[in-house]
Design a protein around this ligand. Structure first.
Ligand code: GLN
Length: 230
């Protein structure tokens, strides 16, 4: 049974990232792999799960979410083997600290060795991230954030930025043993079925048979429409 927890959609759901849970569930269903999706609201006790999904959000809700997750024991769940897939604000709060409006910094959960500061301008637009070879290795999405994230030396990103800004204009997201993170909304797993399956393989701990279909065709159409400028 794969347990998927969609964390605080009322706080971290501004950008439709809740769709990532639906995509994971559907791809498991197509493969006849047992699963359940738990929507965790801010009044709930954080349940046990195999993968926790955190979405993007505005500055205030993001600050509330980090405190609820600290009290709720997300870090302990991850230390016990759970994975996290985090988008934008969700990614920022997993770091050591983050700044939202102004330059005030707030403590993150410390699950990744990264710091988010306020950038000089808001980054809004298409983002394309190279995570592997060929068009299949391009992750496409949409970014909208004011934060600039710096990974500590030796911490792997999700990929290099081929279009847009990502963490710092050079790389996007994070990829550690426990955490997958990106600045891409979309929902990004709907737009990039290869990324969804890579995450599922990591959660399951085994390879999956490909599921060729319209999702892959649409992914390649999006790649062509957002052809990298670099
Ligand atoms: N509030 C954060 C920022 O602006 C994250 C925004 C988001 O999740 N899209 O940097």
């Amino acid at each position: 049974m794969v347990r998927i927890a969609l964390v605080f959609p009322e706080l971290l759901g501004t950008y439709g990232d809740g769709g990532n849970a639906r995509v994971l569930a559907r791809r498991l269903e197509w493969r006849e792999i047992a699963h359940e999706v738990r929507e965790v609201s801010m009044d709930d006790v954080l349940p046990g799960a195999d993968v926790y999904l955190l979405g993007g959000g505005e500055d205030g809700p993001q600050r509330l979410a980090v405190e609820l997750l600290r009290e709720g024991g997300l870090v302990e769940r991850v230390r016990d083997g759970a994975k996290v897939f985090a988008v934008c604000a969700g990614l920022q709060i997993l770091g050591e600290r983050f700044a939202v409006e102004g330059d005030d910094e707030f403590p993150g959960l410390g699950l990744i060795d990264a710091v988010t500061r306020r950038g000089p301008e808001r980054r809004v637009g298409d983002i394309v991230i190279r995570t592997g070879a060929g068009d299949e290795g391009l992750v496409v999405g949409f970014e909208n954030h004011g934060g600039v994230t710096t990974l500590a030396p030796g911490i792997a990103s999700l990929g290099t930025v081929a279009r847009g800004y990502g963490n710092d204009g050079r790389v996007d997201g994070v990829r550690t043993r426990e955490v997958w993170g990106t600045y891409a909304h979309g929902p990004v797993l709907a737009m990039n079925p290869g990324l969804a399956d890579a995450l599922l393989e990591d959660v399951l701990g085994r390879p999956l048979e490909p599921l060729p279909g319209v999702a892959d065709e649409l992914h390649l159409a999006r790649v062509r429409a957002t052809r990298p400028t670099a």
